[in-house]
Design a protein around this ligand. Structure first.
Ligand code: BES
Ligand code: MN
Ligand code: MN
Length: 453
C-alpha cells in the first residue's frame, strides 16, 4: 500500500475530474431556481464522503441540507470537526465570464469556475486528504466529524440551531476550516482573525408618488438627496466611521501581531496598480493590510433611486434605497452596531422623509487562540507541502459560524486556506491554481497525520 502522499500523486487526475463534476452542479443557495441543484450538490458530496470511507448523513433543514460525514475509529486520538460550505454565490454578471461559470475550464495553470476557491474546491481537498489516508492505511489518524453546509453564502440560518442542538455529536478537540486565502502564491498563511458583519437595507420614503421636479422641486423633500446626505454622514474626513461609539469595543492588537503584519511582503503600489485605482483610500493612520484585516469599515453595497435609464427625466423620486454594511473587528457586536447605526440615522435624517432600516446578515468577528500543538502541526504541514513556513494573516471577510462553533463546542478553530488573493471569489472568473489543489490536499493529509501523532 502506498503512503497518503504517493496515493495523492497517483490519483491526482481522478481527484481533479471529480472536483470538476462537483463544480458543474450550480449550487447557488440564494436563488430558489437552483434549489434542486443545491440538493444535488449535497447528495453528491455525501456520496464522495462515503467513497472516502466516512459514514454520511444528509440532514434536511427548512432550507438547504447539512451534510455530516463521520469516522470514529481512532479511540484515544483527537476528534477534528471539519467545516466547509458547498453552496456558492450567484455567477452574475454572466457575460463577464471568459468560460461558463459551471463548466470548469483550465487555463494558465488555473481552473476557472464558480466555487473553485469559495468553497467547493477547498472543501473537497479535505475529502481527498481523508480518502488518501483511508486508502493507504485503512484508517484515519484522527476521529472526524465533517460538517458541510449549503447556506453559508446566505448567512447560515439553519446551521447555528443545528450546532446548538447537536453539541454532543459535534464535540471535538479542534475545528478545521479551509475557506480563506493564502497570503500570496507559494506563501501559505494561518489566520489570526476574521472580520464580522452587520448588513442593512435602508429605505427612504418621501411623497405619495414620484413628482415633476419642476413643479415640486424645492418644496418637497427628495428621498435621493436625503439618502445621499445620510450616507455622506457615515464617514469623517479621516476615513473613520462617524457613528458615535462605533469604535468603543474595538480591541487594540498586540505589538507582536502589528509587527508581523508590517513585516509581510506587501507593496502598496503593486496593489494599487493591480486594482487600477488612482490612489488607495481608507482610515488614516493605518496601512492597507491593517485596513482590510483589523480595522472596521462601512460600505455602501448598493444604491437605487429615481431615473436611471438613458437620457434625462426631470423627476423628483419618492423613494430611495441603499444596502449598507459594516465589517466588524473584535470585540464589536453586530447587535450593538445595529443599535448605534439606527440611532445615528435617526439623528441625521433630514426633515420631510421617513426612513426604515432592515437588518439583513449579521456575524460576529473572530480572533484565533493561536498557540498550541495544532498550530505547530499546521505550520509544519504547510512548510512540508509548500516549502515555505506560513505567515500569520487576518481575514477581511466573514465566516460567522466560526465563533459559534468555538463557543458551543468549546474547541479552538484553525483556519488555513488554499485560495489565492485575487481569485475572484464572488466575482466573474473565479479560479483556483491547479498546484494548490495538489498542495492543499497534501498539506491536509500531512496535517491530519500530525494531529493524530
Ligand atoms: N469564504 C468567505 C469568507 C472569507 C473570504 C473570509 C476570504 C476570509 C477571506 C465566505 O464564503 C463569505 O463570502 N462570507 C461572506 C459573509 C456571509 C455572511 C455572506 C462575506 O464575507 O461577505
Ligand atoms: Mn466561503
Ligand atoms: Mn463566500
Amino acid at each position: 500500500m502506498p503512503d497518503p502522499i504517493s496515493f495523492i500523486d497517483e490519483q491526482l487526475g481522478r481527484f481533479r475530474d471529480e472536483l470538476y463534476d462537483f463544480l458543474r452542479i450550480p449550487s447557488v443557495s440564494t436563488d430558489h431556481e437552483h434549489t434542486a441543484s443545491v440538493q444535488a450538490a449535497a447528495a453528491w458530496l455525501a456520496e464522495r464522503m462515503e467513497a472516502a470511507g466516512l459514514t454520511s448523513e444528509l440532514i434536511e433543514t427548512s432550507g438547504h441540507p447539512i451534510v455530516v460525514g463521520e469516522w470514529r475509529g481512532a479511540p484515544g486520538a483527537p476528534t477534528v470537526l471539519v467545516y466547509g460550505h458547498y453552496d456558492v454565490q450567484p455567477p452574475d454578471p454572466l457575460d463577464e465570464w471568459t468560460s461558463p461559470p459551471f463548466e470548469p475550464t483550465e487555463r494558465d495553470g488555473r481552473v476557472y469556475a464558480r466555487g473553485t476557491a469559495d468553497d467547493k474546491g477547498q472543501l473537497y481537498m479535505h475529502v481527498k486528504a481523508l480518502e488518501a489516508h483511508m486508502a493507504s492505511t485503512g484508517a484515519l489518524p484522527v476521529n472526524v466529524v465533517f460538517v458541510a453546509e449549503g447556506e453559508e453564502e446566505i448567512g447560515s440560518p439553519n446551521l447555528v440551531p443545528f450546532v446548538e442542538a447537536n453539541r454532543e455529536r459535534l464535540a471535538c478537540d479542534l475545528i478545521l476550516i479551509s475557506d480563506t486565502d493564502m497570503f500570496a502564491e507559494d506563501l501559505p498563511a494561518l489566520l489570526f482573525s476574521l472580520r464580522g458583519l452587520s448588513y442593512f437595507e435602508v429605505n427612504v420614503k418621501g411623497a405619495r408618488s414620484d413628482l415633476h421636479s419642476g413643479n415640486y422641486g424645492g418644496a418637497v423633500a427628495n428621498p435621493a438627496n436625503a439618502l445621499a446626505s445620510i450616507l455622506a454622514s457615515l464617514h469623517d474626513d479621516r476615513g473613520r466611521v462617524a457613528i458615535p461609539h462605533f469604535y468603543d469595543d474595538v480591541v487594540e492588537w498586540d505589538a507582536e501581531t502589528l509587527e508581523q503584519i508590517a513585516a509581510l511582503p506587501h507593496d502598496d503600489e503593486e496593489y494599487r496598480a493591480d486594482l487600477a485605482v488612482p490612489e488607495l483610500a481608507g482610515e488614516r493612520g493605518y496601512g492597507t493590510l491593517e485596513r482590510i484585516w483589523i480595522r472596521p469599515t462601512c460600505d455602501v453595497n448598493g444604491l437605487l433611486s429615481g431615473y436611471t435609464g438613458p437620457g434625462a427625466k426631470t423627476v423628483l423620486p419618492n423613494k430611495a434605497m441603499a444596502k449598507v454594511s459594516f465589517r466588524l473587528v473584535p470585540n464589536q457586536d453586530p447587535a450593538r452596531v445595529s443599535d448605534l447605526f439606527r440611532l445615528h440615522v435617526a439623528a441625521v435624517t433630514p426633515p420631510g422623509v421617513t426612513v426604515e432600516i432592515k437588518d439583513l446578515h449579521g456575524g460576529r468577528p473572530w480572533k484565533a487562540k493561536l498557540e498550541g500543538p495544532a498550530y505547530d502541526a499546521a505550520r509544519e504541514a504547510l512548510k512540508e507541502a509548500y516549502g515555505t513556513a506560513p505567515v500569520p494573516m487576518g481575514g477581511g471577510g466573514s465566516i460567522p459560524i466560526v465563533i459559534d462553533f468555538e463557543e458551543q463546542l468549546e474547541a479552538p478553530a484553525l483556519l488555513l486556506g488554499f485560495a489565492q488573493p485575487g481569485c475572484n471569489l464572488h466575482a466573474p472568473n473565479e479560479w483556483l491554481r491547479l498546484v494548490d489543489i495538489e498542495k492543499g490536499i497534501k498539506t491536509l493529509a500531512l496535517l491530519y497525520g500530525k494531529l493524530g501523532a
